[in-house]
Design a protein around this ligand. Structure first.
Ligand code: COA
Length: 349
């Protein structure tokens, strides 16, 4: 028996002003607008400049979510960031966000599970609140995938973009966290991975990293596609079963924006009509852990999601990993923020 419930009280988002169109990509690799639109549904992505970093997007998105909720950083008990592209391997992105919000003493940690990061983080936040550990948890999904995208590889470079979205999750009498399903299968990392920068190919072997282009996303596109199509629908069904709901009771699906064909196939498998799905992939491409909160934020901006709606957020990604959350929406304002100006960061000693 839960003594506390969790609800989302504010949503924020932030996207870079720089835009990379399909036509721009035609100049970089052997591709075409027609191929990209047909195979992915993408037309543009927003990307930071050479000096831009993930915290430039994460901090304004976090601040915007707090402002939307009418709360101050001091009101937050814990900050969780989901990112595959934090500013540093450590400190965690969440520590940087806490410091810039002016609350450096707060618990702050990252969740590293690639594109499934936001649903993992939201599940963690809601569970901490349910358990009575915290009253208020700020969840941020933020990425600068342009930093790890190989713009000489046409099979990956058309897919990825940058952005950040944030939600404030607070204790509430009614529990809006209705169900969740999380999973992973790490048996073959090479299906989708960033080889360099960890202990296997550390940055200290810099020559090897650049010669083999190990600092960029590598992917077996078709394997990921097949995995995604099967796993997203299965995960959404598992989370719905936990919530005691059927697919007919879904008001909105907010899927990870990886490929429009994956989204369409998932909807078909769930038997959910396309007008119940939130899609902004044409404008942003795949922004990994930021994609679900970004899509949610834009749908709220457009006034699409009415209070009491049942929302299914469903993601998949590197791990391989997957996750779904079923959420009862209550009225929560949304706010858009401008990115921070790039800052120098910590300089090598
Ligand atoms: N422009 C033009 N042609 C391209 C291309 C591009 N950007 N990328 C690949 N091609 C070519 C391939 O070389 C291949 O050519 P060939 O038939 O001469 O060998 C052809 O297009 C078909 O390639 P294929 O890989 O079968 O295409 P696809 O329909 O599977 O689409 C993806 C490729 C990457 C768009 C698709 O597999 C996908 O979205 N996978 C999931 C990736 C993903 O979501 N990753 C992130 C997970 S969080």
């Amino acid at each position: 028996m839960n003594t506390h419930g969790a609800t989302i009280t504010g949503v924020g988002f932030c996207v870079p002003t720089g835009v990379l169109t399909n036509e721009d990509l035609e100049k970089l690799v052997d591709t075409s607008d027609e191929w990209i639109v047909q195979r992915t549904g993408m037309k543009r992505r927003h990307i930071v400049g050479p000096d831009g970093v993930t915290s430039d997007l994460a901090i304004p998105a976090a601040r915007a979510a707090l402002e939307a909720a009418g709360k101050k950083p001091q009101d937050v008990d814990c900050i969780i960031c989901a990112s595959a592209t934090p500013d540093y391997l450590f400190p965690a992105l969440a520590c940087l966000v806490a410091a810039r919000l002016g609350v450096p003493g707060k618990p702050a940690f990252d969740i590293s599970i690639a594109c499934s990061g936001f649903v993992y983080a939201l599940t963690t936040a809601a569970s901490l609140i349910r358990a009575g550990v915290y009253r208020s948890v700020l969840v941020v999904g933020a990425e600068t995938l342009s930093k790890i995208t190989d713009y000489t590889d046409r099979t990956t470079c058309v897919l990825f973009g940058d952005g950040a979205g944030a939600v404030l999750v607070e204790r509430c009498a009614e529990d809006c966290f209705l169900g969740s399903d999380l999973g992973s299968d790490g048996s073959d990392p090479s299906v989708l991975y960033l080889p360099g920068g960890g202990s296997r190919f550390p940055y200290s072997r810099n020559g090897e990293l650049s010669a083999q282009r190990l600092g960029y996303i590598k992917m077996q596109g078709q394997s990921v596609f097949k995995f995604a199509v099967n796993q997203m629908a299965a995960s959404a069904r598992a989370a719905l079963a936990q919530a005691g709901l059927t697919t007919a009771e879904i008001d909105f699906v907010v899927p990870h924006q990886a490929n429009l064909r994956i989204v369409d196939a998932t909807l078909k498998m769930l038997g959910v009509p396309s007008h119940k799905c939130i899609v902004n992939i044409a404008e942003y491409g795949n922004t990994s852990a930021a994609s679900i909160p970004l899509a949610l934020a834009e749908a709220l901006e457009k006034g699409m999601i009415a209070p009491r709606s049942v929302i299914v957020m469903v993601a998949f990604g590197g791990g391989l990993s997957w996750g779904s959350v079923v959420w009862r929406w209550q009225a929560a304002p949304v706010k858009k923020a401008q990115p921070l100006e790039p800052s120098p960061g910590a300089a090598p000693a």
